[in-house]
Design a protein around this ligand. Structure first.
Ligand code: DQA
Length: 149
């Protein structure tokens, strides 16, 4: 089983970006924690970060050929990108949307997600654990329904 982990806009700044909201772990720390769970579950992982919507759409299109599902924190693109929604629908592979913070407890413009209603699952507000719980949920889902988008 193979899963692509996508970090969207501004997530390369983790560790020094608004630590009171996002914590002090860097993106490398986050990826290491995800890798640990990946190993435990016997899942192969690949990681991708971009601040550019088009780059992420290209990646989803390419990776959609080789992975079974996606774990994604799109950052601010969550709240703006119809293209991201369409890319996931287009490749037809299950994905789980995760956020470090709980966007529903923040500004109203963060309450809308263009992905949540077509996601296989969502995990918000647990910091780094959102990714770890999201990966566990995605893998459980893939074991149950290997081919459903
Ligand atoms: C975020 C929440 C988004 O609203 C914000 O734009 C981010 C980070 C999170 O992980 O909490 O960049 O996706």
């Amino acid at each position: 089983m193979r899963v692509a982990v996508i970090h969207g806009a501004n997530l390369r700044l983790l560790g020094r970006r608004e630590p009171e909201v996002y914590g002090t772990d860097t993106l490398d720390d986050v990826n290491q924690a995800i890798s640990g769970v990946g190993q435990e579950l016997g899942v192969e992982l690949e990681f991708f970060q971009s601040n550019h919507e088009g780059g992420i759409l290209d990646f989803i299109e390419e990776a959609g050929e080789r992975v079974d599902g996606f774990l994604v924190n799109p950052g601010a693109l969550t709240h703006t990108s119809v293209g991201l929604r369409d890319a996931f629908l287009g490749v037809g592979k299950p994905f789980v949307e995760v956020h470090l913070s709980n966007p529903h407890a923040r500004e109203p413009f963060r309450h809308r997600s263009f992905l949540a209603d077509v996601a296989g699952g969502v995990v918000y507000g647990f910091g780094v654990d959102s990714y770890l719980l999201g990966l566990r949920g995605l893998v459980a889902r893939l074991h149950r329904h290997p081919h459903s988008g």
